[in-house]
Design a protein around this ligand. Structure first.
Ligand code: ASP
Length: 326
């Protein structure tokens, strides 16, 4: 009896791996969807659309983007964690994927074990910006005004664990003032309100802010990198402007649901590497203050290692800060 069971299960396993191999050979035979955890038109969406478009050339099938915004990106995480592990539903998220396990007590997935990493994508600097009539001409004046007016000053973000939230927390802690934070489903809608004068401040990726800064629609006070950017040469670093050691950059990674066959992951990773070498992607990224990661970082192993180290890095910091969502 035992040996019959054994041969049945061996046969079953062979069938499963044979069909996985066929699925991988044939992959992709229909459009691939990248789920973006924030609103359309925002910085994560911009990265997802650029990379998706370039990956579609390598994959020879359309790559479409869908936005599942809300709860700091965790609604999208839950959606992809539950999706069929066949490579047709992917997840592009940023640093927030590594902070979510510590920030969300009831996270319906595990950021590490519920996904298969495909590769790192890019690291994006941030800028501290304000509505254009905000009464401060530089960072020093901004800090003085904000400290004097504290809760009257509003600070937009894209929800708990979003990059804008993390950067905003860092800013409040650096100046020792608690502001009124206003969460949105992404920094695209937050940017609309900032330009409309409904909120005062926001810290957001250059992939969303460069055009608005250059167009004079918002005021920029500082850049969160150690060096100035060629694309925003007039904007000082936060360090130069008066807040030393204020450095944040927003790393992005691409994931598939756990259990996606390795051969499919390898195809997706190869397509990501092709996309990140695409001169059009490099040029658009440069115009937005960023660049693709080196090719050896756009791999499952590099993303797995980086994600794990970021989860380990953020957990004690967030625990100490006592911030969480139930
Ligand atoms: N960049 C935003 C954030 O994490 C979210 C977005 O892409 O809209 O703050």
């Amino acid at each position: 009896m035992k040996s019959i069971l054994k041969s049945i299960s061996v046969a079953a396993l062979c069938t499963i791996s044979a069909s996985a191999a066929v699925a991988a050979d044939d992959f992709p035979n229909k459009p691939v969807t990248i789920v973006i955890p924030f609103a359309a038109g925002g910085p994560t969406d911009v990265v997802g659309r650029m990379v998706g478009q370039a990956m579609s050339v390598a994959l020879k099938k359309p790559v479409v983007v869908e936005n599942t915004a809300g709860a700091g990106g965790t609604l999208a995480g839950a959606r992809v964690a539950r999706a069929a592990p066949d490579g047709y539903t992917l997840f592009l998220h940023h640093i927030g994927h590594s902070t979510a396990p510590a920030l969300y007590r009831k996270l319906p997935y595990d950021s590490i074990t519920s996904f298969e990493p495909i590769g790192r994508v890019t690291d994006v600097p941030m800028t501290l910006i304000a509505r254009k009539d905000f009464p401060a001409k530089d960072l020093k004046e901004l800090i003085a005004y904000t400290k004097a007016n504290k809760a009257k000053v509003s600070l937009a973000n894209a929800g708990l664990g979003s990059a804008s939230h993390l950067c905003g927390m860092l800013f409040q802690s650096a100046i020792g003032a608690e502001l009124t934070t206003v969460p949105y489903k992404g920094t695209a809608p937050a940017m609309n309100d900032l330009m409309g004068g409904q909120v005062d401040l926001m810290c957001d990726q250059t992939t969303n802010t460069t055009g608005q800064i250059k167009g004079g629609r918002v005021k920029a006070y500082g850049l969160t990198t150690s060096k100035r950017l060629a694309s925003l040469a007039d904007i000082p670093t936060m360090n130069e402007a008066g807040l030393p050691k204020f450095e944040v950059s927003v790393w992005h990674g691409l994931y598939a649901p756990k259990g996606t066959p390795k051969a499919v992951i390898d195809k997706l990773s190869a397509a990501l590497q092709v996309a990140l070498k695409d001169p059009a992607v490099i040029e658009r990224f440069a115009g937005l203050g960023t660049e693709p990661v080196p090719q050896n970082q756009a791999t499952p192993e590099a993303l797995r290692t980086h994600l794990k180290s970021e989860v380990d890095k953020w957990a004690p910091i967030i625990k100490k800060a006592g911030i969480y969502a139930d």
